[in-house]
Structure formats: C-alpha cells, structure tokens
Design a protein around this ligand. Structure first.
Ligand SMILES: [Mg+2]
Length: 189
C-alpha cells in the first residue's frame, strides 16, 4: 500500500446510517425500504481489511416523536447488517439517539459523548477516529469531539451549505461516494 495520508492511520469510523450507508427515507422504520448506497459495502470491506473498527451513530428522532418504536430501529439495523454481508456483527457499538430535538439527549448528534465513550473504551486517540456522514450534524459532531471527519454528499440537503452555516466551510473533505471517502482516509486513492 502506498501510504500518503498526512494523518495517523485511522482506527475507527463512526458512521452515520441514513443518507450515508443507506438511501435516505424520511423517518425510515420499514426494513424492506433499506437500500445500500453505491460503494458502501466495498468501502467498508476496505476499511475493515485496513484494521479499522466500525461504529454506527444514528439520530432517530422518529422514536422520540412517537412515529415508530425503538424496536423498529433495531429491525432496520438488523436488515442493514444483513445487506452489508460483511459479518454477523460489523459494528463494534451501535449508538441510537432516539430523542426528538426538543428532548434532552446525551447522544443526539452533534453531541460528542459517543465519540468520547469510544475513545475511552477502545483507547483510541481522537484524531484516529473519523466521522462519516451526509449531514452538517455529523461533521458538527466531529468538530465537537475533535475527531477527523468526511462528508458524503448523498443526502437531500446541501452539505457544503450546511457546513458553511455552521462556520465549518472547507473544514472537512466532501465526497460523492462512500468508497471514495474511504480511499482518501486510508491514503489509497
Ligand atoms: Mg444522515
């Protein structure tokens, strides 16, 4: 491998789910509606073979709003794991922030608490962690936690504009496909 990346070898990806790994469906709660996005499986396989641990961090305010149950989120996550087909438990931890935006929440992005827990529990340095997501809130989390981050512009929203609004214009690289972000992070692009 020709390593050129000017950052420490990544140890962990903290992955957003909706709009990053799977197609964005508003308030998704039906496992049958889960569709992997292009490049996701390939990118995750590359990451895993490079020794990167995978974590999932997903805001699911539909639970707090009473639109669907936490069990429906678990069912969707199980379907995601099935579709990924990279092992029975690809994620070292899954963090579901189920609160609505107006409810108090320990883990709802952009809270850095999950990243802090991962850092402590696994002994990673913050710069060895990468947040990957399609929304400003994912990269605001990276910013709040002091981790690295990369945007995947697959969402319905304009990620570049969201970052600019958050005072983070140009702070994180943005890619059109998941596997391109992974290659960049691993220094293999
Ligand atoms: Mg998302």
């Amino acid at each position: 491998m020709n390593r050129t990346a000017p950052w420490p070898h990544p140890k962990a990806f903290i992955l957003d789910r909706d709009g990053t790994l799977i197609s964005h469906v508003p308030y998704l709660h039906d496992p049958d509606k889960i569709v992997l996005l292009p490049g996701v499986r390939d990118g995750l396989l590359q990451a895993v073979s490079a020794g990167v641990k995978l974590f999932l961090h997903t805001n699911q305010s539909g639970v707090g709003r009473g639109y669907f149950t936490l069990e429906a989120v678990h069912a969707c996550n199980r379907r995601l794991v099935e579709l990924l087909d990279i092992g029975p438990a690809p994620f070292a931890r899954i963090c579901i922030a189920s609160e609505a935006p107006d409810q108090s929440s320990r883990h709802r992005k952009p809270s850095p608490v999950f990243a802090e827990e991962v850092t402590r529990e696994f002994g990673f340095r913050r710069e060895e962690l990468w947040y990957l997501g399609d929304r400003g809130s994912d990269l605001k989390t990276a910013h709040a936690a002091g981790t690295n981050g990369a945007g995947i512009a697959t969402g319905l929203d304009d990620l570049t504009a969201e970052l600019a609004e958050a005072g983070l214009a140009g702070a994180y690289p943005i890619f059109s496909r998941f596997d391109l972000a992974v290659k960049h992070i691993l220094g293999t692009s």
